[in-house]
Design a protein around this ligand. Structure first.
Ligand code: KG4
Ligand code: ZN
Length: 338
């Protein structure tokens, strides 16, 4: 018998619901919150309020598009954390009440594990998934991790950032250049017309498979401050080269540790996940490495790079198979790893 999971994602500024039939995506609906744009970042209070407004309509549309009734659902999976607490509370409370009304179980999902498991959602564009074990470079606005994925439930973080995330490095560099938020996609666009070695920035000296990005932001800031003293229009004149160079440096940092991870684990199936996995430079760099070194790489379709509920539903599916259900007393968490 097929399993129908409703997934709910509300950890940051996207209210999202998706329905999966086993791992097959039937619908995936996202309400973006434009309200944050003018503030140059996500305002938690406004995010919670927008989730509260969006959640019921988004779920209704997801069920309609999936062409099923709520009574056919097997379980409701929701993001428990990490994320903004007020935002998580909306999704968690909704999932509890909805599941209680239908007398079906709830399944708590870790947002970061879900980003990784998004590779297992099947649809018209994603037909292949990695085999266990594989490595996943998770790069988002809040996290940067290299994960050894032994199974859907057994994941080990073998490298992580000690300060900023890769997405933050993109966003902060963009902010310094006066680009709109979120800056990652803006830098990606501008970088296409720029020279990636026009300017060079120092890479961090940090051990093992860990990352650090806060020093890069500081050196970018100081570099521009010095150049602006000589020429007020320096940023405007060099936007493309600056974007290409900072992107090139971030990717070089990411790839260096990923290579070490492949060498040390002997695992050459490599996936990427999270918002920054949409970056065209990173995707090219991974594909080039795959061609040079014989890695098998998995690049998610763009719709699964940023936050979405299909990844929450597929993570819920794996837990459903294990009957790993959550009690109604469960509470969300803002921070933490797996
Ligand atoms: O996974 P995500 O949607 O949210 C979090 O869980 O953090 O990731 C958002 C991050 C932002 O920092 C955004 O700038 C970055 O992903 N991002 C990109 C690109 N698209 C999104 N960074 C670089 N290049 C892109 N094309
Ligand atoms: Zn995310």
């Amino acid at each position: 018998m097929s399993i129908y999971i409703l997934g709910i994602e509300s950890s940051c500024d996207d209210t999202s619901a998706a329905v999966l039939k086993d791992t097959q995506m039937l619908s995936s609906v996202i309400a973006n919150q434009d309200v944050h744009r003018k503030y140059g970042g996500v305002v938690p209070e406004l995010a919670s309020r927008a989730h509260q407004q969006n959640i019921i309509p988004v779920v209704e549309v997801a069920l309609q598009q999936a062409k099923i009734t709520k009574n056919q659902l097997s379980a409701v999976a929701f993001t428990r954390g990490p994320g903004l607490l007020g935002s998580l509370l909306v999704g968690t409370s909704f999932a509890k009440a909805f599941a209680m009304g239908l007398d079906i179980p709830i399944i708590e999902v870790n947002h970061l594990k879900a980003h990784i498991l998004s590779h297992f959602v099947e649809d018209d564009v994603q037909k292949e998934h990695p085999e266990f074990p594989f490595l996943c470079l998770t790069v988002s606005g809040g996290h940067t991790q290299i994960v050894k994925v032994n199974s859907a439930s057994d994941m080990v973080i073998i490298g992580k950032t000690i300060d900023d995330a890769a997405g933050e490095a993109f966003d902060k560099a963009a902010k310094i250049m006066g680009l709109p938020y979120p800056g990652g996609p803006e830098i990606d666009k501008l970088a296409k017309a720029g020279n990636p070695v026009a300017f060079s920035f120092p890479e961090p000296k940090i051990g093992d498979m860990d990352y650090s990005f806060s020093g890069l932001k500081t050196s970018f800031l100081y570099f521009l401050r010095d150049r602006l003293k000589e020429d007020d229009d320096f940023i405007e004149k060099n936007k493309a080269d600056l974007s290409a160079s900072i992107q090139h440096t971030i990717i070089a940092i990411l790839m260096k540790k990923l290579r070490i991870a492949v060498d040390q684990t002997g695992i050459s199936q490599v996936a990427i996940a999270g918002g920054v996995s949409a970056n065209s430079g990173l995707r090219n760099a991974i594909e080039k490495e795959a061609a040079d070194k014989g890695w098998k790489v998995f690049l998610p379709p763009f719709k699964y790079t940023t936050d979405n509920a299909a990844m929450i539903a597929v993570a819920g599916y794996f837990k459903f198979l294990e009957k790993d259900f959550a009690p109604q007393s469960i509470a969300p968490y803002a921070r933490g790893g797996f």
